[in-house]
Design a protein around this ligand. Structure first.
Ligand code: G6P
Length: 614
């Protein structure tokens, strides 16, 4: 994980880097640091444990003048979060400084070899090894920094996005990537680099996404030059950014998470736009239209994803099986990649990832491609690695998601999976036109229905007060509501640190029922679907054991209303669309419980939004 930023130009280097770090803090916040080449010709490194705000306080009385600098916000992998392990890292002679996002797998081997040559290490990080290795090569081979970086990267096994500064060469930054993201912003007489484009969106819309194995030479007053590890010149593909600055701000909300929950009527509208056409009677997904043969002939669909995206994937299984009558399996990408999976050219593999950068999901894609499967990506971040690595795909178009706990991206993913299933069903003729039109028309109403669900905000805020001190929660659902239960439990765990378990409601009696007592609230997702009567029995089973029940039901429900301690009513929708509607009260419930407990909802402890390590 980790976020890196760099700037070379005439602007205020420190301010640009700090603002950039704040934007990338979602990637990790164990420590933060900057390296600036000062007017005294030295590289000055300032770094502290904790968030970027700690770094700002630490730097308040420092001389920060500079024309070039690099910066880092860390999610610790090698070595505990501490001032010493914080990036940037120096080579021992202080000649070069480096920031790094990724993991150097063979760092121990390299470290032992360097120690034998007399190098002394100060931190426990893999990154310091890279700094020392580059400088060792530069001095031993008497070569340029660029050449030393290239030679060092030949020896490295692992993932990296790096930016390197040299004391004696203050008009240059060398940057490189392998498996971790890196994008270079090209302004007028200035360059930016960052893990994503958010740090420079207000300065320039022109950027270049570095590809795996590429090294960029960023030099003052000179055009950008990119070469690969074999020192061959690479093509420079300049992209225009679509992101806007207002999307990166809180817009009056106390937290990004709350803003993102409330954005869902408009993010879902953006996600649907152009895809539900002809008054709801036709579904138009370019990735399906362009690959009709693939979807007509698919024998099986394999979905790979991690975290919340995996929960969306599980819903994808219900949707695709239901609508397209294709067998579907859903795998955690981290398990899939090491499970010796059986994938054939008849499979379609769907990779789901908000960030488009999750290392395990990217690895799963490579395995699927090697096995000859058609790989389809569902992602949010335009230009990220997963859309580039897959053969076709679909963006969810929900705008940047900054809160570490995913909300609008989850509903966007579920929406895209619903549209994808409908489009494939339309193509394969597995659903009649009338049913497709019924669902299509309901999809067009989703933004206004979500708006209605958000009116539960105050009721949920009050309800949350009752449960602030609960130590365990159980979330139950059946059918389409089962993945919603998993996601509801995950949201609560992530931001309030309360233990919560999601379970298929009928499986409760095979274990979790033993936990039920007055102290443990059970959240039951029970819309009017074909399993409603079944879930009523499960509600009764919890009630009979004195459990406290919060139920998400449809408006006008009377049966569960009489059994549950608290009900939250949402509008009725066709069964396949209920997950989008029922997941929103659960997002709000976890938000308010975490707020009541005084937790940092946007940056929960130990988590990061973009997981670019295994
Ligand atoms: C992290 C985030 C989760 C996210 C998961 C997968 O764990 O904290 O919110 O669901 O990674 O990320 P992706 O970007 O692949 O959806």
């Amino acid at each position: 994980m980790c976020g890196i930023v760099g700037y070379l130009g005439d602007g205020n280097v420190y301010d640009i880097l700090i603002k950039g770090l704040h934007r990338l803090e979602y990637r990790g916040y164990d420590s933060a640091g900057v390296a600036l080449v000062g007017n005294d010709g030295k590289i000055n490194i300032f770094k502290t444990k904790g968030k970027v705000s700690n770094l700002e306080a630490f730097c308040a009385d420092k001389n920060l003048e500079s024309k070039v600098g690099i910066a880092h916000t860390r999610w610790a992998t090698h070595g505990e979060p501490s001032d010493t392990n914080a990036h940037p890292h120096f080579s021992e002679d202080g000649n070069i400084a480096i920031v790094h996002n990724g993991t150097i797998e063979n760092y121990k081997l390299l470290k032992d070899a360097l120690e034998q040559h007399g190098c002394k290490f100060h931190s426990e990080t893999d990154t310091e090894v890279l700094a020392q290795l580059i400088e060792y090569i530069r001095v031993t081979n008497n070569c340029s920094l660029l050449s030393a970086v290239r030679q060092a990267l030949h020896q490295v096994v692992g993932a990296y996005a790096i930016a390197v500064l040299e004391k004696n060469n203050p008009d240059t930054i060398i940057a490189a990537r392998q498996s971790s993201p890196l994008v270079i912003g090209i302004g007028e007489n200035e360059y930016f680099l960052a893990s994503d484009a958010s740090p420079f969106v207000e300065y320039t819309k022109s950027c270049v996404y570095l590809k795996d194995g590429e090294i960029a030479e960023i030099r003052r007053g000179e055009p950008l030059k990119i070469t690969n590890l074999a020192n061959e010149e690479a093509e420079i593909d300049v992209t225009k950014l679509e992101m806007s600055i207002s999307q990166l701000e809180k817009g009056g909300y106390p937290h990004f998470m709350l803003k993102e929950i409330f954005e869902q009527p408009s993010t879902l509208r953006d996600c649907i736009r152009g895809r539900v056409v002809a008054d709801g009677t036709h579904i138009n997904i370019n990735g399906v239209n362009d690959n009709k043969e693939v979807f007509l002939n698919a024998k099986r669909i394999v979905i790979v994803a991690c975290g919340t995206s995996w929960h969306a994937g599980l819903l994808g299984k219900y949707l695709l099986q239901d609508m397209c009558r294709i067998p579907v399996v859903v795998e955690y990408a981290s398990e899939f990649r090491y499970s010796n999976p059986v994938i054939t050219p008849d499979d379609v593999v769907i990779a789901i990832s908000q960030s488009g950068e999750t290392a395990d999901t990217l690895a799963a894609i490579q395995i699927a491609k090697k096995a000859g499967a058609f790989v389809f990506g569902i992602s949010n971040v335009v230009g990220s690695s997963i859309p580039r690595e897959t053969y076709s795909g679909c963006y969810i178009h929900v705008g940047p998601e900054i809160g570490v706990a995913s909300t609008k991206a989850f509903t966007g993913q579920v929406m895209v999976l619903t549209l994808l299933s409908l489009a494939i069903a339309q193509l394969r003729g597995t659903m009649d036109e009338e049913t497709i039109a019924k669902v299509g028309k309901s999809i067009l109403k989703i933004p206004s229905y979500v708006k209605k669900v958000l009116k539960l905000n105050e009721q949920i805020e009050r309800l949350s007060l009752i449960f602030t001190y609960a130590r365990n929660f159980l979330y139950l659902g059946r059918g389409y509501s089962y993945p919603v239960a998993l996601e509801g439990a995950l949201k609560l765990k992530e931001i309030s640190y309360i233990h919560a378990e999601g379970y298929p409601a009928a499986e409760m009696k095979h274990g979790p029922i033993a936990l039920i007592d007055q102290e443990m609230p059970t959240v039951i997702i029970a819309p009017q679907d074909h399993l409603y009567d079944k879930i009523v029995s499960n509600v009764q089973q919890v009630k009979a054991r004195g459990g406290k029940i919060v139920a998400i039901v449809n408006e006008g429900d009377t049966v569960i209303r009489n059994l549950a301690d608290h009900v939250l009513e949402v509008p009725e929708m066709p069964e396949c669309l209920t997950p989008i509607i029922t997941s929103i009260p659960l997002q709000l419930l976890s938000y308010y419980i975490a707020i009541n407990k005084g937790k940092d909802v946007d940056m929960p402890r130990n988590l990061a939004k973009s997981v670019t390590v295994e």
